[in-house]
Design a protein around this ligand. Sequence first.
Ligand code: SF4
Ligand code: SF4
Ligand code: SF4
Length: 165
Amino acid sequence: MDENNCMVDIARFFLDFTVDESCGKCPPCRIGTKRMLEILNKITSGKGEEGDVEKLIELGNNIKVSSLCGLGQTAPNPVLSTIKYFRDEYDAHIRDKKCPAGVCSELLQYTIDEVLCKACGLCKKVCPTDAISGERKVPHVIDQNKCIKCGACMEKCPFNAITKG
Ligand code: SF4
Ligand code: SF4
Ligand code: SF4
C-alpha cells in the first residue's frame, strides 16, 4: 500500500467483507457493523459529517467488547486502526470533500488543462455522457454536472492534459 490507496476505502472494503460474513447470532456484530459500514459509505461518497469519526470509534469499541465470537470482536479493527494512524484522510473526506489518494470516485473531479490541451477531440469522442465540449483549436472543457467520473477521457488523452483530483 502507498499514497495511492485510500485508507477510508480500505477500511470500508474490510468491513464490507465482515458484514457479509456475520452469522447474525448477536446484535452488536449483526447490526453494529452494518451501521459502521453505512457511515463509511457516507464518508466515501462525500456525505460525511462532523462527528462521524467519533461515532465510528464509539460503535467500534462497543462491538469489540460485546460480540460473541472473534469475527465481531475483530471486525472494527481496520476502521479503528485507520482512524488512529490516518485520521487526516478521514478529515479530508469529511471537511474538504476530497479523497487525497484519488480513489473515492464521487469525490473526484476531472479537469482539462487549457495550456496542455491540443484540442484533438479524442476525449470528446470517448465520453459516454457528452460531458466534454470544444471546437478545433479551442481547449476542451468538462461539464462537471454531466461527468460520471468514468476516467475514459483521461486514459485517452495523448497529451496528459486531463487530471483528476
Ligand atoms: S460476532 Fe460471531 S456470533 Fe456474533 S453475529 Fe458475528 S459472527 Fe455471529
Ligand atoms: S470522466 Fe468520463 S464522464 Fe467524465 S468527462 Fe471524462 S469521459 Fe466524460
Ligand atoms: S484528448 Fe486531451 S488534448 Fe485532446 S481535446 Fe481532450 S484534453 Fe485536449
